[in-house]
Design a protein around this ligand. Structure first.
Ligand code: AP5
Length: 218
């Protein structure tokens, strides 16, 4: 199955992708994670991406699309994948569709996490991430057992550079202008299904499981 997780920053896409990919043994492809890895490794794409990410702007379509196409062309993506954070513009969606069509494939399902702005801001300002394994925490909703220490690998936790309030506000604006048009794009293709991103992690996971059952994806 080929699935897209769509929704504003802070909707909980990454959190659900992690659980869903474990439960359904699906490949999780996160453009945010791949771009942050490129920034860390100071690759050409990473150095270019950083200037956009720091401001909460989208990285140019050609850069992100090339990274995704290369990842989903690998053998482990043949059985299916879950795209988290891609596509984010109509141009990216069109390019993805073209690439899949040329391999006689298509997107089966687009899960839209409909989330209030207030929820997104509360989640993003409280998010902390592990500097080593990348595991995701929240100061209130998902605190680590020991303050600022990762439960899994023991490394320190930090706040993402783009999780500062001003940058969050810009990311939400960018989402409305450039990503929200994808809702009509996928509605026209009858692949869009909506869930409430305001639910807590377990409630949302159960809704998604039900939806998978109804779509006969499990
Ligand atoms: P990216 O990393 O994709 O960021 P994002 O879309 O802004 O998404 P987030 O990771 O902020 O939110 P999420 O929905 O995954 O929420 P999460 O589960 O982490 O992209 C970063 C940047 O890279 C972009 O700004 C852009 O510059 C660039 N980029 C990436 N893809 C691109 C593309 N395709 N084109 C161009 N540029 C691109 O949860 C957030 C917090 O809430 C966590 O603390 C979590 O613990 C908590 N939480 C999660 N779910 C719940 C819940 N249900 N209840 C309570 N708390 C919850």
């Amino acid at each position: 199955m080929k699935i897209i997780l769509l929704g504003p920053p802070g909707a909980g896409k990454g959190t659900q992708a992690e659980v869903l990919s474990r439960t359904y043994k699906m490949l999780h492809v996160s453009t945010g994670d791949m771009l942050r890895e490129s920034v860390k490794n100071k690759t050409e794409a990473g150095l270019l991406a950083k200037s956009f990410m720091d401001k909460g702007e989208l990285v140019p379509d050609n850069v992100v699309t090339a990274i995704v196409v290369s990842r989903i062309s690998k053998p482990d993506a043949k059985a299916g994948f879950m795209l988290d954070g891609f596509p984010r513009t109509v141009q990216q969606a069109v390019e993805l569709e073209k690439q899949l069509e040329s391999a006689k494939q298509k997107i089966d399902l687009v899960l839209y996490f409909n989330t209030a702005e207030k929820t997104a801001i509360e989640r993003l300002t409280g998010r902390r991430v592990c500097t080593k394994c990348g595991l995701n925490y929240h100061v209130k909703n998902k605190p680590p057992k020991k303050m600022n220490v990762c439960d899994s690998c023991g490394a320190g936790l930090i706040q993402r550079d783009d999780d500062k309030l001003e940058t969050i506000k810009n990311r939400l604006n960018v989402y409305q202008k450039q990503t929200a048009p994808l809702l009509s794009f996928y509605k026209e293709r009858s692949t869009l299904r909506e869930v409430s991103g305001d639910l807590n992690v377990n409630e949302l996971f159960l809704k998604l499981k039900d939806l998978f059952l109804n779509e006969k994806l499990s």
